[in-house]
Design a protein around this ligand. Structure first.
Ligand code: F6P
Length: 389
Protein backbone atom coordinates (compact mmCIF):
# COMPACT_ATOMS: atom_id res chain seq x y z
CA UNK A 1 0.00 0.00 0.00
CA UNK A 2 1.50 3.31 -1.01
CA UNK A 3 1.40 6.37 1.18
CA UNK A 4 -1.37 8.50 -0.25
CA UNK A 5 -0.86 11.67 1.68
CA UNK A 6 2.60 11.51 3.27
CA UNK A 7 2.79 13.04 6.73
CA UNK A 8 5.33 15.76 7.22
CA UNK A 9 4.97 16.09 10.98
CA UNK A 10 4.69 13.57 13.79
CA UNK A 11 1.20 13.15 15.23
CA UNK A 12 0.47 14.61 18.66
CA UNK A 13 -3.27 15.09 18.57
CA UNK A 14 -6.08 13.44 16.62
CA UNK A 15 -9.78 14.17 16.34
CA UNK A 16 -12.50 11.51 16.26
CA UNK A 17 -15.90 12.00 14.68
CA UNK A 18 -18.93 9.71 14.35
CA UNK A 19 -21.37 10.62 11.57
CA UNK A 20 -24.59 9.40 9.96
CA UNK A 21 -27.02 6.94 11.52
CA UNK A 22 -25.63 5.34 14.66
CA UNK A 23 -24.73 1.66 14.68
CA UNK A 24 -23.90 -0.78 17.47
CA UNK A 25 -20.11 -0.90 17.77
CA UNK A 26 -19.38 2.83 17.45
CA UNK A 27 -18.35 3.06 21.09
CA UNK A 28 -16.07 0.05 20.76
CA UNK A 29 -14.28 1.78 17.83
CA UNK A 30 -13.92 4.99 19.85
CA UNK A 31 -12.51 3.06 22.80
CA UNK A 32 -10.07 1.16 20.62
CA UNK A 33 -8.82 4.31 18.84
CA UNK A 34 -8.35 6.15 22.13
CA UNK A 35 -6.58 3.29 23.92
CA UNK A 36 -4.25 2.60 21.00
CA UNK A 37 -3.55 6.32 20.42
CA UNK A 38 -2.92 7.21 24.06
CA UNK A 39 -0.39 4.37 24.31
CA UNK A 40 1.54 6.25 21.61
CA UNK A 41 1.32 9.46 23.60
CA UNK A 42 -1.26 11.08 21.28
CA UNK A 43 -4.11 13.20 22.57
CA UNK A 44 -7.63 12.48 21.34
CA UNK A 45 -10.38 15.04 20.88
CA UNK A 46 -13.94 13.89 20.26
CA UNK A 47 -16.19 16.10 18.14
CA UNK A 48 -19.86 16.04 19.06
CA UNK A 49 -22.54 15.14 16.52
CA UNK A 50 -20.43 14.60 13.43
CA UNK A 51 -18.76 17.98 12.88
CA UNK A 52 -21.53 20.06 14.45
CA UNK A 53 -19.56 20.40 17.68
CA UNK A 54 -17.09 22.52 15.70
CA UNK A 55 -19.45 24.15 13.19
CA UNK A 56 -22.20 25.08 15.67
CA UNK A 57 -20.33 25.72 18.94
CA UNK A 58 -23.20 27.89 20.26
CA UNK A 59 -25.41 24.82 20.42
CA UNK A 60 -23.12 23.23 23.00
CA UNK A 61 -23.04 25.13 26.30
CA UNK A 62 -20.64 22.52 27.71
CA UNK A 63 -18.43 22.49 24.62
CA UNK A 64 -18.75 21.00 21.17
CA UNK A 65 -15.67 18.85 21.68
CA UNK A 66 -14.35 16.76 24.54
CA UNK A 67 -11.04 15.29 25.57
CA UNK A 68 -11.08 11.54 25.14
CA UNK A 69 -8.66 9.91 27.56
CA UNK A 70 -8.61 6.40 29.00
CA UNK A 71 -11.12 7.38 31.67
CA UNK A 72 -13.57 8.81 29.09
CA UNK A 73 -13.75 5.52 27.21
CA UNK A 74 -13.86 3.18 30.18
CA UNK A 75 -16.58 0.52 30.03
CA UNK A 76 -18.18 1.64 26.74
CA UNK A 77 -17.25 -1.12 24.28
CA UNK A 78 -20.43 -3.10 24.92
CA UNK A 79 -22.79 -0.10 24.75
CA UNK A 80 -24.92 0.82 21.72
CA UNK A 81 -25.01 4.37 20.33
CA UNK A 82 -22.05 6.73 20.39
CA UNK A 83 -20.76 8.77 23.31
CA UNK A 84 -19.96 11.52 20.77
CA UNK A 85 -23.45 11.77 19.33
CA UNK A 86 -24.09 11.66 15.59
CA UNK A 87 -26.04 13.44 12.88
CA UNK A 88 -26.97 12.99 9.25
CA UNK A 89 -27.50 16.74 8.85
CA UNK A 90 -23.98 18.08 9.24
CA UNK A 91 -22.12 17.68 5.94
CA UNK A 92 -19.52 20.51 6.06
CA UNK A 93 -19.44 20.65 2.25
CA UNK A 94 -23.23 21.04 2.03
CA UNK A 95 -24.16 22.72 5.26
CA UNK A 96 -27.72 24.09 5.57
CA UNK A 97 -27.22 27.71 6.66
CA UNK A 98 -30.40 29.53 7.64
CA UNK A 99 -31.06 32.79 5.79
CA UNK A 100 -32.85 35.92 7.01
CA UNK A 101 -36.02 34.88 5.14
CA UNK A 102 -36.07 31.52 6.95
CA UNK A 103 -34.87 29.47 3.96
CA UNK A 104 -31.69 27.38 4.09
CA UNK A 105 -28.71 27.87 1.79
CA UNK A 106 -26.39 25.02 0.78
CA UNK A 107 -23.02 26.27 2.07
CA UNK A 108 -19.49 24.85 1.91
CA UNK A 109 -18.05 25.22 5.43
CA UNK A 110 -15.21 22.72 5.00
CA UNK A 111 -12.52 25.45 5.20
CA UNK A 112 -13.86 26.55 8.59
CA UNK A 113 -13.51 22.98 9.80
CA UNK A 114 -9.96 22.64 8.48
CA UNK A 115 -9.08 25.99 9.99
CA UNK A 116 -10.40 24.82 13.37
CA UNK A 117 -8.27 21.66 13.14
CA UNK A 118 -5.19 23.73 12.33
CA UNK A 119 -5.82 26.19 15.19
CA UNK A 120 -6.35 23.36 17.68
CA UNK A 121 -3.28 21.40 16.66
CA UNK A 122 -5.23 18.47 15.26
CA UNK A 123 -2.80 16.49 13.10
CA UNK A 124 -5.20 13.82 11.83
CA UNK A 125 -8.84 12.76 11.84
CA UNK A 126 -10.39 9.36 12.43
CA UNK A 127 -13.82 9.50 10.82
CA UNK A 128 -16.21 6.69 11.73
CA UNK A 129 -19.21 6.56 9.43
CA UNK A 130 -21.05 5.33 6.39
CA UNK A 131 -21.02 6.47 2.81
CA UNK A 132 -21.81 10.11 3.60
CA UNK A 133 -18.97 10.28 6.12
CA UNK A 134 -16.55 8.61 3.70
CA UNK A 135 -17.37 11.16 1.02
CA UNK A 136 -16.86 14.02 3.48
CA UNK A 137 -13.57 12.50 4.67
CA UNK A 138 -12.43 12.08 1.07
CA UNK A 139 -13.15 15.77 0.46
CA UNK A 140 -11.22 16.76 3.59
CA UNK A 141 -8.19 14.64 2.72
CA UNK A 142 -8.16 16.14 -0.78
CA UNK A 143 -7.81 19.51 0.96
CA UNK A 144 -4.74 18.24 2.84
CA UNK A 145 -6.06 16.77 6.10
CA UNK A 146 -4.70 13.41 7.22
CA UNK A 147 -7.73 11.16 7.50
CA UNK A 148 -8.42 7.51 8.18
CA UNK A 149 -11.98 6.18 7.99
CA UNK A 150 -13.71 3.32 9.77
CA UNK A 151 -16.70 1.84 7.90
CA UNK A 152 -19.94 1.80 9.88
CA UNK A 153 -23.51 1.02 8.98
CA UNK A 154 -26.15 -1.51 9.88
CA UNK A 155 -27.00 -1.56 6.15
CA UNK A 156 -23.70 -3.27 5.18
CA UNK A 157 -23.82 -1.36 1.89
CA UNK A 158 -20.24 -0.05 1.82
CA UNK A 159 -18.03 -1.33 -0.95
CA UNK A 160 -14.58 -2.89 -0.50
CA UNK A 161 -15.18 -4.30 2.94
CA UNK A 162 -16.71 -7.69 3.61
CA UNK A 163 -18.62 -6.27 6.54
CA UNK A 164 -19.37 -3.05 8.28
CA UNK A 165 -19.84 -3.20 12.02
CA UNK A 166 -23.44 -2.89 13.19
CA UNK A 167 -24.78 -5.20 10.49
CA UNK A 168 -24.40 -8.39 12.49
CA UNK A 169 -26.23 -6.85 15.47
CA UNK A 170 -29.08 -5.59 13.26
CA UNK A 171 -29.47 -9.01 11.61
CA UNK A 172 -29.40 -10.81 14.97
CA UNK A 173 -32.11 -8.55 16.37
CA UNK A 174 -34.32 -8.79 13.28
CA UNK A 175 -33.93 -12.58 13.37
CA UNK A 176 -35.02 -12.64 16.98
CA UNK A 177 -38.09 -10.57 16.06
CA UNK A 178 -38.97 -12.98 13.24
CA UNK A 179 -38.62 -15.93 15.61
CA UNK A 180 -41.18 -14.24 17.87
CA UNK A 181 -43.52 -13.35 15.03
CA UNK A 182 -43.77 -16.95 13.81
CA UNK A 183 -45.85 -18.06 16.77
CA UNK A 184 -48.29 -15.15 16.78
CA UNK A 185 -48.69 -15.29 12.97
CA UNK A 186 -49.35 -19.02 13.25
CA UNK A 187 -51.82 -18.66 16.13
CA UNK A 188 -53.89 -16.08 14.25
CA UNK A 189 -53.45 -17.56 10.75
CA UNK A 190 -52.14 -14.24 9.53
CA UNK A 191 -49.79 -12.83 6.97
CA UNK A 192 -47.20 -10.82 8.86
CA UNK A 193 -45.19 -8.28 6.88
CA UNK A 194 -41.97 -7.11 8.53
CA UNK A 195 -40.26 -3.99 7.15
CA UNK A 196 -36.57 -3.63 7.89
CA UNK A 197 -34.07 -0.84 7.21
CA UNK A 198 -31.18 -1.09 4.77
CA UNK A 199 -31.62 1.83 2.37
CA UNK A 200 -31.10 0.73 -1.23
CA UNK A 201 -29.50 -2.61 -0.32
CA UNK A 202 -31.22 -5.79 0.79
CA UNK A 203 -28.54 -7.21 3.08
CA UNK A 204 -30.49 -6.93 6.34
CA UNK A 205 -33.72 -8.24 4.80
CA UNK A 206 -32.03 -11.14 3.06
CA UNK A 207 -29.88 -12.28 5.97
CA UNK A 208 -32.49 -11.80 8.69
CA UNK A 209 -35.23 -13.22 6.48
CA UNK A 210 -33.25 -16.37 5.82
CA UNK A 211 -32.08 -16.79 9.41
CA UNK A 212 -35.58 -16.09 10.73
CA UNK A 213 -37.38 -18.51 8.41
CA UNK A 214 -39.31 -15.94 6.34
CA UNK A 215 -41.39 -17.37 3.50
CA UNK A 216 -40.92 -14.35 1.23
CA UNK A 217 -38.15 -11.75 1.17
CA UNK A 218 -38.37 -8.60 -0.93
CA UNK A 219 -35.16 -6.65 -1.56
CA UNK A 220 -34.34 -3.55 -3.61
CA UNK A 221 -32.09 -5.55 -5.95
CA UNK A 222 -35.08 -7.57 -7.22
CA UNK A 223 -38.13 -5.43 -8.08
CA UNK A 224 -41.04 -7.53 -6.89
CA UNK A 225 -44.23 -8.81 -8.42
CA UNK A 226 -46.87 -8.71 -5.67
CA UNK A 227 -48.78 -11.45 -7.49
CA UNK A 228 -45.80 -13.77 -6.97
CA UNK A 229 -45.94 -13.10 -3.21
CA UNK A 230 -49.71 -13.62 -3.15
CA UNK A 231 -49.17 -16.91 -5.01
CA UNK A 232 -46.75 -17.98 -2.28
CA UNK A 233 -49.37 -17.23 0.39
CA UNK A 234 -52.00 -19.21 -1.53
CA UNK A 235 -49.67 -22.16 -2.06
CA UNK A 236 -49.01 -22.27 1.67
CA UNK A 237 -52.74 -22.07 2.39
CA UNK A 238 -53.40 -24.97 0.05
CA UNK A 239 -50.72 -26.98 1.86
CA UNK A 240 -52.38 -26.30 5.22
CA UNK A 241 -49.92 -23.60 6.32
CA UNK A 242 -52.25 -20.79 7.24
CA UNK A 243 -49.67 -18.15 8.02
CA UNK A 244 -46.88 -16.45 6.08
CA UNK A 245 -43.98 -14.25 7.11
CA UNK A 246 -42.85 -11.67 4.57
CA UNK A 247 -39.72 -9.58 5.12
CA UNK A 248 -39.57 -6.37 3.09
CA UNK A 249 -36.51 -4.14 2.83
CA UNK A 250 -37.44 -0.46 3.14
CA UNK A 251 -35.89 0.14 -0.29
CA UNK A 252 -37.79 -2.65 -2.05
CA UNK A 253 -39.93 -1.56 -4.94
CA UNK A 254 -42.66 -3.15 -7.02
CA UNK A 255 -41.98 -3.97 -10.66
CA UNK A 256 -44.69 -1.51 -11.62
CA UNK A 257 -44.25 1.24 -9.08
CA UNK A 258 -42.09 3.48 -6.99
CA UNK A 259 -39.95 3.11 -3.91
CA UNK A 260 -41.74 4.28 -0.75
CA UNK A 261 -40.18 7.58 0.35
CA UNK A 262 -41.09 8.87 3.81
CA UNK A 263 -39.28 12.20 3.39
CA UNK A 264 -37.64 13.78 0.35
CA UNK A 265 -33.94 14.75 0.36
CA UNK A 266 -32.97 18.11 1.83
CA UNK A 267 -29.76 20.14 1.83
CA UNK A 268 -26.99 17.85 3.05
CA UNK A 269 -29.50 15.17 3.97
CA UNK A 270 -30.48 12.04 2.04
CA UNK A 271 -34.09 11.03 1.42
CA UNK A 272 -35.70 8.86 4.10
CA UNK A 273 -37.31 5.60 3.02
CA UNK A 274 -40.27 3.87 4.66
CA UNK A 275 -43.83 2.69 4.12
CA UNK A 276 -43.38 -0.19 1.69
CA UNK A 277 -44.31 -2.76 4.38
CA UNK A 278 -47.78 -1.30 4.80
CA UNK A 279 -48.29 -1.14 1.03
CA UNK A 280 -47.31 -4.79 0.62
CA UNK A 281 -49.57 -5.81 3.53
CA UNK A 282 -52.58 -3.97 2.07
CA UNK A 283 -52.09 -5.50 -1.35
CA UNK A 284 -51.65 -9.00 0.05
CA UNK A 285 -54.81 -8.62 2.13
CA UNK A 286 -56.72 -7.63 -1.02
CA UNK A 287 -55.21 -10.34 -3.20
CA UNK A 288 -55.46 -13.24 -0.73
CA UNK A 289 -58.26 -12.23 1.62
CA UNK A 290 -55.99 -13.04 4.56
CA UNK A 291 -55.86 -11.13 7.80
CA UNK A 292 -52.59 -9.17 7.48
CA UNK A 293 -50.44 -7.13 9.87
CA UNK A 294 -47.33 -4.97 9.43
CA UNK A 295 -44.41 -4.59 11.82
CA UNK A 296 -41.80 -1.91 11.10
CA UNK A 297 -38.58 -2.67 12.95
CA UNK A 298 -37.07 0.71 12.01
CA UNK A 299 -34.65 2.23 14.48
CA UNK A 300 -34.88 -0.74 16.83
CA UNK A 301 -32.35 -2.28 14.45
CA UNK A 302 -29.85 0.43 15.33
CA UNK A 303 -30.17 0.13 19.09
CA UNK A 304 -28.88 -2.21 21.72
CA UNK A 305 -25.54 -3.77 22.49
CA UNK A 306 -23.31 -4.91 19.66
CA UNK A 307 -22.94 -8.65 19.13
CA UNK A 308 -19.58 -10.21 19.99
CA UNK A 309 -18.72 -10.21 16.27
CA UNK A 310 -19.46 -6.49 15.94
CA UNK A 311 -17.53 -5.67 19.12
CA UNK A 312 -14.45 -7.50 17.91
CA UNK A 313 -14.69 -6.03 14.40
CA UNK A 314 -15.06 -2.55 15.91
CA UNK A 315 -12.09 -3.00 18.24
CA UNK A 316 -9.99 -4.32 15.35
CA UNK A 317 -11.06 -1.43 13.09
CA UNK A 318 -10.22 1.18 15.74
CA UNK A 319 -6.69 -0.01 16.40
CA UNK A 320 -6.13 -0.56 12.66
CA UNK A 321 -7.06 3.10 12.08
CA UNK A 322 -4.34 4.18 14.52
CA UNK A 323 -1.83 1.79 12.92
CA UNK A 324 -2.64 3.32 9.54
CA UNK A 325 -1.72 6.77 10.85
CA UNK A 326 1.47 5.37 12.42
CA UNK A 327 2.39 3.96 9.00
CA UNK A 328 1.89 7.38 7.46
CA UNK A 329 -1.26 6.42 5.57
CA UNK A 330 -4.00 8.91 4.88
CA UNK A 331 -7.09 8.92 2.71
CA UNK A 332 -7.80 5.28 3.46
CA UNK A 333 -10.61 3.24 4.96
CA UNK A 334 -9.90 0.23 7.14
CA UNK A 335 -11.61 -2.79 5.69
CA UNK A 336 -12.41 -6.35 6.65
CA UNK A 337 -10.86 -8.82 4.20
CA UNK A 338 -11.35 -11.88 6.34
CA UNK A 339 -9.25 -12.91 8.24
CA UNK A 340 -7.31 -9.66 7.86
CA UNK A 341 -8.00 -5.96 8.23
CA UNK A 342 -6.56 -4.06 5.28
CA UNK A 343 -6.58 -0.47 3.98
CA UNK A 344 -8.45 0.73 0.91
CA UNK A 345 -8.03 4.19 -0.70
CA UNK A 346 -11.09 6.37 -0.06
CA UNK A 347 -11.33 7.14 -3.76
CA UNK A 348 -12.21 3.48 -4.33
CA UNK A 349 -15.07 3.43 -1.83
CA UNK A 350 -16.59 6.87 -1.38
CA UNK A 351 -19.85 7.23 -3.27
CA UNK A 352 -20.06 3.53 -4.17
CA UNK A 353 -22.73 1.23 -2.89
CA UNK A 354 -22.46 -2.50 -2.29
CA UNK A 355 -25.76 -4.17 -3.08
CA UNK A 356 -26.61 -7.87 -3.04
CA UNK A 357 -25.12 -9.29 -6.27
CA UNK A 358 -27.45 -11.12 -8.64
CA UNK A 359 -25.19 -14.18 -8.54
CA UNK A 360 -25.02 -14.19 -4.73
CA UNK A 361 -24.85 -17.64 -3.25
CA UNK A 362 -27.17 -16.47 -0.47
CA UNK A 363 -29.84 -15.50 -3.02
CA UNK A 364 -29.39 -18.80 -4.80
CA UNK A 365 -29.78 -20.61 -1.49
CA UNK A 366 -33.00 -18.70 -0.78
CA UNK A 367 -34.43 -19.81 -4.13
CA UNK A 368 -33.21 -23.39 -3.67
CA UNK A 369 -35.03 -23.74 -0.37
CA UNK A 370 -38.24 -22.25 -1.73
CA UNK A 371 -38.20 -18.73 -0.33
CA UNK A 372 -40.20 -16.38 -2.56
CA UNK A 373 -38.17 -13.36 -3.69
CA UNK A 374 -41.11 -11.71 -5.41
CA UNK A 375 -39.86 -12.77 -8.81
CA UNK A 376 -42.24 -13.35 -11.64
CA UNK A 377 -42.20 -17.09 -12.26
CA UNK A 378 -39.17 -18.03 -14.34
CA UNK A 379 -38.48 -21.26 -16.05
CA UNK A 380 -35.61 -23.27 -14.56
CA UNK A 381 -33.50 -22.40 -17.61
CA UNK A 382 -34.19 -18.66 -17.31
CA UNK A 383 -33.34 -18.72 -13.63
CA UNK A 384 -30.06 -20.52 -14.20
CA UNK A 385 -29.06 -18.08 -16.90
CA UNK A 386 -30.10 -15.08 -14.72
CA UNK A 387 -27.83 -16.41 -11.96
CA UNK A 388 -24.98 -16.84 -14.41
CA UNK A 389 -24.79 -20.58 -14.89
O1 F6P B 1 -28.12 4.01 7.20
C1 F6P B 1 -28.69 3.55 8.38
C2 F6P B 1 -30.17 3.78 8.39
O2 F6P B 1 -30.68 3.24 9.59
C3 F6P B 1 -30.90 3.23 7.17
O3 F6P B 1 -31.10 1.85 7.23
C4 F6P B 1 -32.16 4.07 7.22
O4 F6P B 1 -32.72 4.20 5.93
C5 F6P B 1 -31.68 5.39 7.71
O5 F6P B 1 -30.46 5.17 8.38
C6 F6P B 1 -32.65 6.08 8.65
O6 F6P B 1 -32.12 7.30 8.99
P1 F6P B 1 -32.75 8.27 10.08
O7 F6P B 1 -32.05 7.94 11.37
O8 F6P B 1 -32.46 9.61 9.58
O9 F6P B 1 -34.22 7.97 10.19
Amino acid sequence: MSTINPPTLPIRRIAISTGGGDAPGLNAVIRSVVLAATRLGWECIGIRDGYNGVLQPDQYPHGGTLVLDREAVRGIAHLGGTILGSTNKGNPFHYPVRQADGSERDTDRSDELLDWFARHGVDALVSIGGDGSLTIADGLQRKGLRVVCVPKTIDNDLDKTQNTFGFDTAVAFATDCLDRLHSTAQSHHRVMVVEVMGRYAGWIALHAGMAGGAHAILIPEIPFDIEAVAAKVRTREAAGRHYTLVVVAEGAQPQQGERAVAQAARIGQAERLGGIGEQVAEQLATLTGKDTRTVVLGHLLRGGSPTAFDRITSLRFGSAAVRALVQGLSGVMVSLAYPNVVYVPLGEVAGRMKTVPADSDTLRTARDIGICLGETALSAAERLSAAGG
